[in-house]
Design a protein around this ligand. Sequence first.
Ligand code: GLC
Length: 416
Amino acid sequence: MSDWFAGARLGMFIHWGHCSTRGLELSWPLVGGNQALPRCQDLPVADYQSTATTFCPQPGSPRIWLEAAKRAGMRYAVFTTRHHDGFSMFDTKLSDFSVARGPYGGDIVREFVEATRAAGLKVGFYYSLSDWHHPDYPAFTDASRPYRFGTESKPTEEQWARYLEYVFGQVRELLTSYGKIDVIWFDGGWERTGAMWRSLELEKMIRELQPGILINDRLPGCGDYDTPEQFVPALPPARAWETCLTMNESWGYNPSDTDEKSSHDLIHTICEVASRGGNLLLNVGPTGDGSLPPNQVERLDAITRWMRRNGDAILDTTPGLEPWQFDGPTTRKGDRIFLHVLARPYESVKVRNIPVRRVKAVRAVGTDTPLEHRARCAVLDTLFKANPMGELTIRVPASVIDEFATVIELTMEPEA
Ligand code: GLC
């Protein structure tokens, strides 16, 4: 696992397509939606795809998103180079169905890569294996609605061979035209088996073209890390992992979806994910012109404010204590333990089963205020043990309460 990913903790997912012009969810409206996307629209195929020929965002939009990502402390970004609707957001030589052949005429993936590097973040490409537009996939038609998992129409052998050549070719384009790429984030693989995708062969090609790249777990049978979607696992998965999460219930810009998570909720999720050693890939859906909608900006701003004060307790940390030791998420960095206080304390909080004599300092991170604290151990342990394990009670005055989540830092004396 690449070192940068292990401590990254926060990344930006960007779902953008021609359909964003009309505020439609990406791809799914053309097949009539699916139950995991309650706010998804339902449109005939041609109607959904009609904005492919008019999509003309403001040049330079990726700079806006990536500057916001950097301000929020994010370490990487993943962009939809091609979603299930088949519209390439880059200048592919293998299809005319791309942003480069429309009125915009540019290469948005290139703009994304340049903006991401300029912001100092790692570069990730989302790429859908499935393509509901490509004739050899074969394309989805209105006659196939409603979409049902497991009942997709299957290609002939010749069609599939041509389609795979297309996928391998596009992945090669993406991994040879833009310099070093840090993540390839597959999706849409569920409609075919790993054998049909020739996953292992594709993986081999990817690693030859981009040594050091990370591959997510959605190329069936391959991958370096898990991607629980819209969910934070209660216990850390066995290997590296990342939760991808929307701010409302849609991936693309969808103004009719007002089912939004609050800034508190998102910040608490950042703490929980970090405490289990994962990364949060937080989604934004720019509008058709490329700007970020105000509700998303407001949430990114809240995260930025909070991360400025408390980011030290998130970035480059490892999981902290056992869940029963503190009533909330915890992280760690060397000799420092961070307690993430996600509810307002009545008066104090407790940390259990720590070597209390080694506690050197306790402070509220956001306001840099030392906090009063008191230790308690079993009496005989205090008499006979040099380093008894005990309980620490920390007073948390109202003056140090953070508007979103209060972080308390314990600095421990290194073990003798
Ligand atoms: C799902 C959806 C897709 C979305 C992705 C992000 O697989 O099909 O629309 O891009 O999740 O994780």
